[in-house]
Design a protein around this ligand. Sequence first.
Ligand code: C2O
Ligand code: CU
Length: 478
Amino acid sequence: MIKLSRRSFLNGLAGTTAAAALMSVPNVPALGAVSKVTSIIAKPGTTGLFGADGNMTDVWAYGGEVPGPVLRVKQGETLKVDLQNELPQKTTIHWHGLRIKNEMDGVPFLTQKPVGIGQRFTYDFNIQDAGTYWYHPHVNTSEQVGRGLHGALIVEEQDPVQVDREVVWVLDDWRIQKDGAIAPFGGLHDAAHAGRYGNVVTINGKTGTPFKVRSGERIRLRLINAANARIFGLEFEGHEPWRIAIDGHPVTPAKTGTGPIVIAPGGRIDLVIDMTAKAGETFKIRDRYHNRFAYTLALIAYSDQKPIRSKPLEAPKKMAANPVPFPQLGSAERHEMIFQGGAMGGLRGATYKGKEMGLRELARMGMVWAVNGEVIPPIEEDDIGKPMVSLKKGSSHILRWRNDTAFAHPIHMHGHSFHLISRNGTKLFAPLIMDTVLIAPKEYVDVAFVADNPGDWALHCHILEHAKSGMMGFVRVG
Ligand code: C2O
Ligand code: CU
């Protein structure tokens, strides 16, 4: 078997000329123009989360490294990935946020058979949306993602925002024991509360790496939250980042202001940061989503070099929108999904597989969340269960997602990007295109979309311990 090193892999993805030539029409990617072909081995590995002198940690990882290789393609290209499973259990790859054909979506039983130990599966799909995406398994997801299986997938715009340099940060959160090993998975406490929070937060699989910058430069920072459960609220001391994209989709660039930049599990945010301070200075990047537990995630360290420009740059320009259809709101069908349960959620009982059950009884089976009074059974080989809703292909829909629990939930839908149109009944000034929306306790949101991608599509909370314990179902389009 040929194993590509990270370097040859990246080289393999460079030099994509034909696609650029074909993609001169803004907004309309030339479908299937070029193929990027690569292979990924999911396998055990060992990594130093704490640098070379710290304890080593055994992980499961793509290519044995955390995070996995950055996959880079251009909008409109076809990506072909040959997955080889050398893990001690079955797996799949899901391409988070990409609107691709159903059989490539990587959800076991719903879209494909899980890839057995020692087996391979070839993913092959066309990519229509530019932006920041990521890939991860969808089998035993809490443990597989939690042990390090995830990587960034960057789809380059035809006309990207102009910057001096681009940086990708995969944020992760690990629960590490004193000996450096990953703590065991499972347990109802994580499932019924905020999920598996860890005690070690990493950027690209490392702690303590300074963010080295040069005075005057403009950087595009792509943030991906690959943590099982941790919600980040980042603050860049001394700097005023622009938010230019959410979940891969361009927004009108706006300064993020004084509040923290919130990024929930599964979510992505692209920033443009002007490094306006002086040579030699340092600043903190802090995560203060949980104010009482605020900590310094990394230091911004300015080099001693003189500034690369004397005058500040103008505001970054807005990038072209991806071709996501906007639904017909007037005639859209409405559906409500009320998320219930969990600790302190006040839910007494729910229906599970047709039987009325108390919360205790459900908890004994590992189920602690419900939707509209029903606990969604796990999707299994011989029984995928019933869709939460069935939608006619091409029709417009508004889903109201109501969080009737004591915890925040990032709700993610596969196969489609939706337009967040309102929160708690208040219309957004401009709808946001997203695939994962964080809903605060007692909050409700309306998301609208055209059900244009046929198939069965997972819909779940991206706190992976929640998804496992009742917060994962699917919608059927066809
Ligand atoms: Cu990022 Cu269904 O997952
Ligand atoms: Cu949740």
